[in-house]
Design a protein around this ligand. Structure first.
Ligand code: TAP
Length: 454
């Protein structure tokens, strides 16, 4: 099998060689998943719950190891990487409660008894991007397994290390062979096979809108079920009556978390005109204070970008002469570094305002009225996340309802909490992950009518 060299984005040094699965290996994994399906579905709910809890415990026992792998292979700051591994554990625990609560309905009908069942869909393929290799894996895998489906996960080619290890931990925890498999390999090979193979019944895809559209088209040929979590260009709307100090102090983390390689990044900051200058004054020290550097060092808040190619793409949004208001720091020397960068003011047709940069670049623009702020926030094909800062409760609710995105935070920047649904409006996606209803995306409703006539 061909191999891929995983590089440490902070040093550009090799970390590991990972074998790339071929299309034939993908077919063999799909066959194993199909073979495991009937037995997994038949595992009594309490036992399936116990297996998921054992899987969560195994992840918990290896948080440090998983975090170190993510820091080395993806450049994530150590504290963030531990949180990410902990998120996999938490999501597994949350959905371990689901098998025993997967209740159907009894519907009143004439002439008999009508009941519904939530049947597993079948083999689920989970295609994961490189930006959050662990959490995004867990959001697809945990509810799919809980609902009784075998799962094949394909991590991004660049960031397979933690997914491969989590796959081993599942087996060590007692999940039967074939129930959860991780196949490292290329999207165009392994991912494509999951899409094309008729025995894979559902694809969960997280990644770019561009690739997502192709995958939807591929899945349409077999009317294959899809959940799509795609790009974003979210707005952080700051009204004049807001707690400006807090809004400015937290804006950097909302834009530069994971070096801006975050689908929920609030990369457009809209500030009411009368406080625009004051907000920028407060934002500057907050941006300059972001601790950028060696991700393995405790206290680092922002690491490098994932690759040289990606850094070149991010840099193209900040050409010479770009309206840079101020920047934070970044190390010199090896590593794919890019400093936190604030552009202001920018024209509304500037690519950094209209396109997903997926790097630590944020643009700040003034607005005059509430209606204008909502219109500007909605002037994008995306609709994933966003924040509203105001002390006026009525306005907070109006704006939160008016902005066309799947997730809004008022006076905070929280986006993804595993207890609540997550996903996008418009071209940011299709369907929802997480929250109490996630199993709906991994089951088919079956209606059974039983006649009671004599
Ligand atoms: P993509 O290039 O779209 O890749 C995502 C995944 O799809 C990778 O595993 C990739 O494999 C695979 N893939 C690529 N081409 C494929 C094909 N033809 N068939 C099947 N699979 C294929 O995205 P990315 O650059 O890794 O991630 C960044 C994007 O993800 C951003 O746009 C970001 O906003 C989005 N994102 C969205 C969310 C949510 S929750 N909405 C969360 C995180 C990221 P290879 O890597 O091997 O090519």
């Amino acid at each position: 099998m061909p191999a891929f060299t995983v590089l440490n984005p902070a040093t550009e040094e090799p970390v590991a060689e990972v074998e790339q699965a071929t299309a034939a290996a993908a077919d063999a994994a799909i066959a194993r998943a199909v073979a495991a399906q009937a037995a997994w579905r038949a595992v009594p709910p309490g036992e399936r719950a116990a297996l998921l809890r054992a899987f969560a415990d195994a992840v918990d026992a290896h948080i440090g190891e998983l975090a170190e792998l993510e820091t080395a292979g993806s450049g994530h700051p150590a504290g963030q990487a531990r949180w990410e591994a902990g998120n996999v554990r938490d999501v597994l625990r949350y959905y371990s409660a689901a098998p025993e609560r997967l209740c159907g309905k009894q519907i009143p009908v004439p002439g008999g008894l009508d009941v519904t069942f939530h049947e597993p869909i079948g083999v689920v393929g989970v295609i994961v991007p490189w930006n959050f290799p662990m959490p995004i894996l867990g959001w697809g895998v945990a509810p799919a397994l809980a609902a009784g489906n075998p799962v094949i996960a394909k991590p991004a080619e660049r960031t397979p290390l933690t997914a491969v290890r989590i796959g081993e931990l599942a087996l060590e925890a007692g999940l039967p062979e074939g129930v959860f498999q991780v196949l490292a390999g290329k999207g165009s090979v392994v991912g494509q096979r999951l899409i094309d193979h008729p025995d894979v019944r559902k694809i969960v895809f997280t990644g770019s809108s561009e690739v997502g559209r192709e995958i939807m088209a591929g899945c349409a040929r077999q009317v294959k079920r899809v959940t799509m979590e795609l790009g974003g260009k979210s707005a952080n709307i700051v009204f004049a009556d807001a707690d400006l100090e807090k809004a400015a102090a937290t804006a950097p983390v909302a834009a530069f978390d994971n070096a801006g390689q975050d689908c929920c990044a609030r990369s457009r900051i809209l500030v009411q005109r009368e406080v625009y200058d004051r907000f920028l004054e407060l934002l500057e020290p907050a941006v300059k204070a972001v601790a950028v550097g060696d991700p393995a060092r405790e206290g680092t808040e922002m690491g490098p970008l994932i690759s040289a190619e990606h850094r070149a793409k991010v840099a193209s949004y900040v050409p010479d002469g770009a309206p840079v208001a101020f920047r934070g720091s970044a190390p010199e020397g090896p590593g794919y570094w890019f400093p936190p960068t604030v552009l202001a003011p920018v024209r509304l047709d500037h690519p950094a305002w209209t396109e997903e940069v997926f790097g630590p670049v944020v643009a700040v623009v003034p607005f005059s009225s509430e209606a204008q702020a909502v219109a500007m926030a909605n002037d994008t094909p995306y609709g994933l996340s966003g924040s509203v800062w105001t002390r006026d409760v009525g306005r907070a609710i109006r704006v939160a309802r008016g902005v066309e995105t799947g997730n809004l935070s008022v006076n905070s920047h929280s986006s993804v909490r595993y207890w609540t649904p997550f996903g996008g409006f418009k071209q940011s996606g299709l369907g929802r992950e997480l929250g109490p209803d996630a199993l709906d995306a991994f089951t088919e409703t079956k209606n059974v009518f039983i006649a009671t006539d004599e």
